[in-house]
Design a binder for this molecule. Structure first.
Ligand SMILES: NC(=O)C1=CN([C@@H]2O[C@H](COP(=O)(O)OP(=O)(O)OC[C@H]3O[C@@H](n4cnc5c(N)ncnc54)[C@H](O)[C@@H]3O)[C@@H](O)[C@H]2O)C=CC1
Ligand SMILES: O=C(O)C(=O)COP(=O)(O)O
Length: 526
């Protein structure tokens, strides 16, 4: 039975799902050294933001197949290191969207009305109404940095509260922003005009310290900043200094450069600064959502199925996956076949999407083709996660082409591999009930479903050759399940595809090519 380590607090609903397929150990608060010591026993690791999954931990996780982040941000996981090792990293992109957006809105209102300090003063026994006169958000300008899932929900609620919305997000269109009721502007303009600035971006090299002494200087002295995205987007010492000097109205922070927050100037600031301990996703609803979402993906991957929200398998979102799954199986089979026909070292793989398939996303099909191609060399060490990297490291160039005009089948996939021993090509399509069929080998039309063990020959189309091959294989006790010949012209060159029940015993290929008329023979395992 597989073993899963849960190293941060997650909802029981997730544990229940994992327990269907694995032994689950919940061990929270582990020190890095403790995690390194035990991770080698586990097939999967489930975390939240509390565990830093470093390269060292990934390398110690020799059995690891998947790292599941029960939440959105994967900045605490060394994703490139996981990818190199072929470990899938999954998250829950939508499970806590509402929780995080509502926390940002709550922070904005709490900041405007001094709720935390007013509450504390009443609890201390005071009745001080003068110190806590607030400001309305109605008709104020909210600047949203990052108009993704959380930023968009913040926008729709803020709009309903009568706020004017500006947004900065270089990756979304003006139309999309307008749909949400936001005016897309440059960052400087947003900084200059906003009364409230809320951050909903990932932490990347571009966004680290996006809010610093210089950018703070561009804001209104009354502006209030909310960060429920990631610590480190704001330079905390610069922010604390700006608040202290009255250069900025205030800030509400849920996330910090280093968590838990240690010694910090922020702690000593007054009612204009509100701090919460990374609570954005901490609602009952969100925790159930993310735990189920990620536990299901871990379960699926441990059962050998694909994950729907893998962050390190490009182009493999749930929508794409559902539609392309049968074609990915086709691509992988064709990749295995063309790799074995090509033999030797493959230097170039041409992946051509034909017919209806030409309008589809090609990336997952290229990855699946490469996975198949590299299977011969790497066996189960190659997967959807590392196929691209492994191919690059082996110097395999990949060309993707599309040809919508090929109409032999609704949609077909053509792979051509060129290597040290020459060029081979195969084409396949899904027929009937999505059954894989090989429809072309080396330019010769055939129509056979692939089987585990196959033999292909290139020969001259002439009487008697099929009989000779049949009796040769019979004499070695090789049972032929099916046989088909593909030819372009009568008595020209032809290809024969044979399905056999067992692997071809050693030494027989050499006998096959001795049959007069047979020029080449290949045996493949699919
Ligand atoms: N405080 C908490 O507990 C939580 C924090 N988060 C964090 O909130 C952030 C946003 O999450 P989602 O909305 O789900 O992500 P998302 O991926 O839906 O949206 C992020 C948006 O930021 C934009 N963006 C990327 N780089 C940018 C840049 N340099 N400048 C401006 N915009 C940029 C993207 O185009 C995208 O539209 C993430 O950092 C996530 O980790 C998420 C959930 C809970
Ligand atoms: O989902 C995210 O990105 C979060 O920041 C939530 O973090 P958490 O799961 O509460 O540790």
């Amino acid at each position: 039975m597989s073993k899963v380590l849960v190293s941060d607090t997650i909802d029981q609903a997730g544990i229940d799902i994992l327990s269907q397929v694995a032994t689950v150990d919940v061990k929270t608060g582990l020190k890095p050294a403790e995690l390194i010591e035990i991770i080698g026993d586990y097939d999967a690791l489930m975390i939240r933001s509390g565990t830093r999954v470093t390269q060292e931990i990934i390398e110690a996780g020799t059995q690891l197949k998947i790292i599941g982040r029960a939440g959105v941000g994967v900045d605490n996981v060394d994703v490139p290191a996981a990818t190199r090792r072929g470990i899938v990293v999954v998250n829950s992109p939508e499970g806590n969207t509402i929780a995080a957006a509502e926390h940002a809105l709550a922070m904005m209102l709490a900041l405007s009305r001094h709720i935390p300090d007013a509450n504390a003063s009443v609890k201390r026994g005071a009745w001080d109404r003068n110190s806590f006169v607030g400001a309305e958000v109605y008709k104020k300008t909210l600047g949203i940095v990052g108009l993704g899932k959380i930023g968009s929900h913040v926008a729709s609620v803020a709009k309903a509260m009568g706020m004017k919305l500006l947004a900065y997000d270089p990756f979304i269109s003006t139309e999309r922003a307008e749909q949400i009721g936001c005016q897309l502007v440059e960052l400087d303009l947003l900084f200059q005009q906003a009364d409230y600035i809320t951050l909903h971006i990932p932490k990347t090299s571009e966004t680290t310290h996006l809010i610093n002494a210089v950018t703070l200087g561009k804001m209104k002295p009354t502006a209030r900043i909310i960060n429920c995205a990631r610590g480190g987007i704001i330079e905390e010492t610069a922010l604390a200094a700006a608040v202290k000097a009255g250069k900025i109205g205030g800030a509400a922070l849920d996330v910090f450069e280093s968590e838990p927050l240690g010694e910090s100037d922020l702690r000593s600031l007054g009612k204009e600064v509100i701090l919460t301990p990374h609570l954005g996703a901490s609602t009952t609803e969100a925790q159930v959502n993310v735990a189920i979402d990620v536990a299901e993906q871990i379960r699926d991957v441990l059962l050998g199925l694909p994950a729907r929200s893998a962050v390190n398998i490009p182009g493999l979102g749930p929508d794409v996956l559902e539609e392309l799954k049968p074609y990915m199986q086709l691509a992988e089979t064709l990749g295995k076949l063309v790799g074995q026909l090509a033999g030797g070292r493959v230097e170039l793989l041409n992946v051509r999407l034909q017919g209806e398939l030409a309008t589809n996303k090609s990336q997952p099909l290229v990855i699946a083709s490469l996975k198949g191609l590299l299977h011969q060399a790497l066996r189960e060490r190659v997967n959807y996660v590392n196929a691209n990297i492994e191919a690059k490291e082996r110097g395999i160039r990949v060309i993707e082409t599309r040809d919508a005009s090929v109409r032999d089948y609704a949609g077909s996939l053509h792979l051509e591999a060129t290597g040290t021993l020459g060029t081979h090509s195969v084409t396949g399509a899904l027929l009937g009930d999505k059954e894989i069929h090989l429809t072309d080998v080396d330019g010769f039309p055939i129509n056979v479903p692939p089987s585990k063990y196959m033999v292909f020959t290139l020969h001259r189309d002439m009487p008697g050759i099929i009989g000779k091959l049949g009796s040769l294989l019979g004499s070695f006790n090789v049972n032929i399940a099916s046989m088909q010949v593909g030819r372009k012209i009568v008595r020209g060159d032809a290809v024969m595809a044979l399905s056999i029940d067992d692997p071809l015993p050693d030494g027989i290929l050499e006998e096959i090519v001795k049959v007069p008329g047979i020029r080449d023979a290949y045996t493949v395992t699919l």
